[in-house]
Ligand binder design. Structure first.
Ligand code: S3P
Length: 176
């Protein structure tokens, strides 16, 4: 694998549970990229969990915080940004990501997502939707937007986190 530097930053997008956090943590630890986990950063700034932000301030407030954060990343380089699953749904956010680097979509089947999210209750948009059908329904609405936004897409089902990282880095470097 070439060690050529990736221009700009990498923005990992995709459905909740697609592996954005695990893959970005690996790109940070094993491949030395600087990590920004959007949800965690917003939680840190607001001093509360995402679920609490949705309850007390509303989803729109959270969405504005996402856009503000992406706006702050302009001109930075070498970051891997783990985006919340809804971040790429706003055209202005996609434009900000494109200006700052490459957008990588992590794809996963609803059944895979269900396995990955079943233990965790922190995602307000999955409440009452934790079945393969419930996930598929939301995914069908989001996938066309994710697919249109991304510069490259990686299927994650049945792959290890390290395999996914290597695939991303190889493909990004091939395109550079
Ligand atoms: C959301 C995904 C979550 C988090 C919030 C909303 C979404 O992030 O930002 O609960 O709209 O898909 P993850 O994709 O990291 O779970």
């Amino acid at each position: 694998m070439s060690q050529r530097k990736i221009p700009g930053s990498l923005f990992l997008i995709g459905f909740m549970g697609a592996g954005k956090s695990a893959v970005s943590a690996c790109l940070h630890k094993r491949y030395g990229m600087e990590l920004l986990e959007m949800d965690q950063e917003i939680e840190r700034r607001e001093g509360m969990k995402i679920s609490r932000i949705f309850e007390s301030r509303g989803e729109e407030y959270f969405r504005r915080a996402e856009t503000d954060l992406l706006g702050e990343l302009q001109g930075r380089s070498g970051l891997v940004v783990s985006c919340g699953g809804g971040a790429a749904m706003r055209p202005e956010n996609v434009a900000l990501m494109k200006q700052a680097g490459r957008i990588v979509l992590l794809r996963a089947k609803p059944e895979t997502i269900l396995k990955r999210v079943s233990e965790n209750d922190d995602r307000p948009l999955l409440r009452g939707r934790k079945t393969a059908e419930g996930i598929r329904e939301l995914m069908d609405r989001r996938s066309p937007v994710y697919e249109a936004a991304c510069d490259l897409a990686v299927d994650t089902d049945e792959k290890s986190v390290d395999e996914i990282c290597r695939e991303i880095l190889n493909r990004v470097r091939e395109d550079s």
